[in-house]
Write a protein that binds this ligand. Sequence first.
Ligand code: MN
Length: 399
Amino acid sequence: MGESGTDEGLTTIGAFAKASRLSQKALRLYDELGLLPPARVDPVTGYRLYAPAQLEQARLVAWLRRLGMPLARIRAVVGMDAPDAAAEVRAYWARVESDVAARRELAAFLVGQLEGEGREMENNDERLAVRYAASSDTGLVRESNQDAAYASSRLLAVADGFGAGGGPASAAAVGTFRELERSALPPGELLNALDEAVVRAGRAVREAAAEEDSGTTLTAMLWTGSRLALVHIGDTRAYLLRDGDFFQITHDHTLVRTMVDEGRISAAEAASHPQRDLLIRALSGRAGVDRPDVRLHDVRTGDRYLLCSDGLTSVVGEEDVRRTVAGAAGPEAAVRELTGLALRAGAPDNVSCVVADIESAEEAGSAEQAGSAGSAGKAGSTGDAGDVAGGATRATGAA
Ligand code: MN
């Protein structure tokens, strides 16, 4: 550019500013930042001269600025050919939308929390109860169980440890959240309490699993009386069955999920991707990665929740999971049948499931206590395994 040594066809910065609808000040800034260097700078006067062909690029810079794209990223985009630039803009926007989604959840949480005081009181009339079952199985291939699964009338949790200290890590994470079970949580304190618990859990994980590569996922739902606080990091999942619809209410923090969100690969390609296990967020107690999603979730009578580790979802298709969860007579049957499906599929990984039903307290009071038939088998090797019931347990949730 500009090596011809002639000013023929080049325009002054003033004319170029007018044509591109950018200010001269902006053009000088873009030059300094390397976004849009002029075609030629007069060696004597220092005047910037632009080629007409640069108009399109200048307009693109202006539009990308309006999109809020950071300058460094704009610099990369304007240097690309059109298809690559299109992919880059698409990827950028997917990231923006996911950031907004996370902030939307936080905003909703804060609104819910600020409104919470009144809601809790309203709901005192309609006492809800939680019926639950949990199971953690080593599977057929792994030598040890690094998952932890736990369920009580106030807490549902599944964690999937990884690395040499994976077992202690998952147990430590769930154990930290069990401390919250014992304390009263006023609605106004909930977000702070969860945030502190996340920090404590990270610390506990690091203490329990000193190995550099160790950590754990965690998907936990803490019952507050009328709502569930959901804390989630990694690729363990929570699903909700409501009015016959079955949907995942957590977002996998995996590389492949991000690639699907950014439009780089399809969901089908993600399922067989060689790096499908790679987590982009996990609890390890090391700065920068311990940022769980925290959300307040309204519960309804009739809701059925499933929390599970990837040892279930990586070998049992979502439709089979849905059918089993929807068809099971109760939480204990659901947990047993889901674990059975994973075992029949070869269970290459540890398999953990927690299923919980939300009932009205009256309904729960008249329901028959289910027997503890059929232990889900080799319960987890973690400290939480003692509370992982093979059979059903029931308790009123409005403690
Ligand atoms: Mn796993």
